[in-house]
Design a protein around this ligand. Sequence first.
Ligand code: AMP
Length: 180
Amino acid sequence: MQGNSVIYEVKFSLLPLPFIMNKIYLLLGSNAGNREVLLQEAVKQIADNCGEIVVESSIYETAAWGMENQEAFLNKVLQLDTRLLAEVLLKKLQAIEDNLGRQREVLWGPRTLDIDILFYNSDVISLPDLKVPHPFLQKRRFTLVPMAEIAPTMVHPVLHKTIAELLEECTDTLEVAKWS
Ligand code: AMP
């Protein structure tokens, strides 16, 4: 009898994972091709393949970060509800980047579409190919400005500060201008 209840508890603890709804923030960026159309198409493919898009920020324009002699980026942030596990979500987002013509040769080089997972609930994930919260988000105004538009009170689970506080403290000097 006791053995059965242990088996039940183990199954119960494993079963609900795929049924849990997770709250995700994604950053989309494009600085090659028709940037606005690429962002629109990415939003559509994310909605079709990854879950429900609950909130979208405005689009912002920022000079390219890290390598400034290239076209400016358009960026936006989405809040997505998904049942996908983080690694599965990453693979689906990378497939969408590839569908939309992403080349992966140059670090911080021009990109038709870049999708970063900023937050996955308040989880802290450190896998070889996936770090969440995104390690650079507090250093980049182009991430914090759209995040602050849709989730200013969200608390960073490692830094224990709100997005609004992180934006106020951020020393990044690149201008982030509302585009549409
Ligand atoms: P990027 O050039 O910004 O698209 O970076 C792509 C690489 O970052 C991929 O190899 C991903 O596996 C890795 N990566 C690590 N953490 C994240 C994250 N939070 N979101 C997206 N990509 C990530």
